[in-house]
Design a protein around this ligand. Sequence first.
Ligand SMILES: O=C(O)c1cccc(C(=O)CC[C@H]2O[C@@H](n3cnc4c(=O)[nH]cnc43)[C@H](O)[C@@H]2O)c1
Length: 271
Amino acid sequence: MRVLVVTAVPAERDAVVRGVRAAAAESADTPEAAEVSVPGGRTLHRVVRPTLTLDALAAGVGPAAAAAATATALTAAELGTAGRPTGLAAAGPGAAGPGAAGLDAAPYGLVVSAGIGGGFTPAPLGTVVVAEAIVAADLGAETPDGFAAVTDLGFGTVEHLPPPALVRAVAEAAGAARGAVLTVSTVTGSAGRATELLRRHPRAAAEAMEGFGVAEAAAAHGVPVLEVRAISNTVGPRDRAAWRIGEALDALAGAFRDLPPALAIWKGPST
Ligand SMILES: O=C(O)c1cccc(C(=O)CC[C@H]2O[C@@H](n3cnc4c(=O)[nH]cnc43)[C@H](O)[C@@H]2O)c1
């Protein structure tokens, strides 16, 4: 299976790659690695194992950057781009391939939005959350009666649902919580906002900024989507000192160490 994992920043991308390499080490297979260029000036980091090719791409922060980079990578993988990886070096420190090259024409079977995120009550720091629903939480209009989602206004989409069987398999494999992951363009900074979001989305477990953008691109290409978030902070009043980004990145790596076996048992997007 070919999986595209989209993060916001390189540190999250590298945590994903670290996790998949750790899984390979536990299976005693030596993953090949390469850096592959995609149109738009970005480079994805590839890990090749016997039954899984995982491409990790840092797209930038926010739903628009995530959607643009995801759609570009999916299109490039469907069509192929100029050039080929010029040989795949054996894995190891700094063992990326001898320079970025193009994408082979080989579509992805799954797209994953991954990274750190803010947690709502059921998801304390260090928890991993797998999205049962990927929700655009601030896509809509402010009205005299409060927030109206675009769907309340008669158009658009505000939710994408990952394949339930895959969500269950990944959550069980990773010991993760399940719930809605909210995508926002403005990070929540007050208790009142956090309370309002939970009132509108009682199943919300986490808040982040890219998942809905990734999911929209995946849906446009007919590719199933997941979102996996490691909790770095609590959604609410701004308190940078309370952030635990390092621990969250380690938890993210752990989730991607556990993901490959879950993918192996998944029977495909209709389940
Ligand atoms: O400056 C702040 O107070 C602040 C508070 C929360 C998040 C940020 C970010 O810049 C986060 C950007 C980045 O990290 C993800 N993330 C992590 N925690 C949250 C959150 O509580 N709400 C939304 N996004 C979060 C997000 O996906 C971005 O990629 C700054």
